[in-house]
Write a protein that binds this ligand. Structure first.
Ligand code: URA
Length: 246
């Protein structure tokens, strides 16, 4: 199947799609020995030989990984500007150029999906597929049955109405409450803002599931490959077939 040259270069881990266009325009990319500067060029990854600055580019195998992000790591690749640690150092042993699908806050822990499959990533993030994200939230104060009822109904936040798919008390921990809360939307700081609007500040937040994928017993700071069964479920949840015909 033919793909656009810039898409091939980004999926092969050479660079981002936009920077790949610049590479093409600057005459550094050859297809079957000939310099190509036409941005719309399509190639067949099975047949055509692509070179960047004299080096042959091979298609990357698709990787689908979950990381148990610990507290106090930024969800970004590369170095941060302010010296805070980033998840990059936790995934150094993955040779492919995987990128995080969505974000967790600096101090949020738990399940982060990483992949080099742009199509899957787009769908996981797309509101149309309503993938539920399940969080454990340790909040200040004891959540009363009355407040819990109100939490289930939804409320107006400064950027519009928000309503969790589900919220329940897991247990009380001294003066605090451990809640399990599920949202399918991905607005910034949604869980913290939602719970704070009921007067319960989040002290600790951990994502434990993303659609059919569960964090399970993966240790903080560790990653693992998703297995075929998990991938089949995840692909199905976003309307794709597994294994992908790409
Ligand atoms: N909601 C938050 O408030 N923070 C996260 O990291 C994820 C969801």
């Amino acid at each position: 199947m033919e793909v656009r040259l810039n898409k091939f270069l980004s999926e092969a881990g050479v660079t981002s799609r936009r920077k790949a266009e610049k590479l093409i325009l600057s005459g550094k990319v050859k297809v079957n020995g000939k310099v190509v500067t036409e941005l719309g060029t399509k190639i067949d990854p099975e047949k055509d030989v692509v070179e960047v600055e004299g080096k042959v580019v091979k298609p990357q195998r698709k990787r689908y990984i979950i990381l148990n992000k610990p507290c106090c790591f930024l969800t970004q690749l590369g170095k941060s500007q302010d010296g805070r640690r980033t998840i990059e150092e936790l995934i150094r042993d993955i040779p492919e150029r995987v990128f995080p699908v969505g974000r967790l806050d600096y101090n949020t822990e738990g399940l982060l999906l990483l992949t080099n499959d742009g199509e899957l990533a787009n769908r996981v993030l797309h509101p149309r597929y309503k993938l539920p994200k399940v969080y454990l939230a340790l909040v200040e104060g004891r959540v009363s049955p009355k407040t819990l009822k109100l939490m289930k109904r939804g409320t107006e936040l400064e950027d519009g109405f928000a309503k969790p798919d589900d919220v329940r008390v897991v247990r009380y921990e001294g003066k605090d409450t451990l809640l399990e809360i599920t949202f399918h939307e991905g607005r910034k700081h949604i869980v913290k803002r939602y719970l704070a609007s009921f007067g319960h500040r989040v002290k600790r937040l951990k994502r434990v599931a993303l659609g059919p994928i569960k964090l399970g017993k993966l240790s903080p700071g560790k990653w693992r490959e998703l297995n075929r069964g998990e991938l089949a479920q995840l692909f199905k949840a976003v309307g794709l077939k597994y294994p992908p015909k790409r």
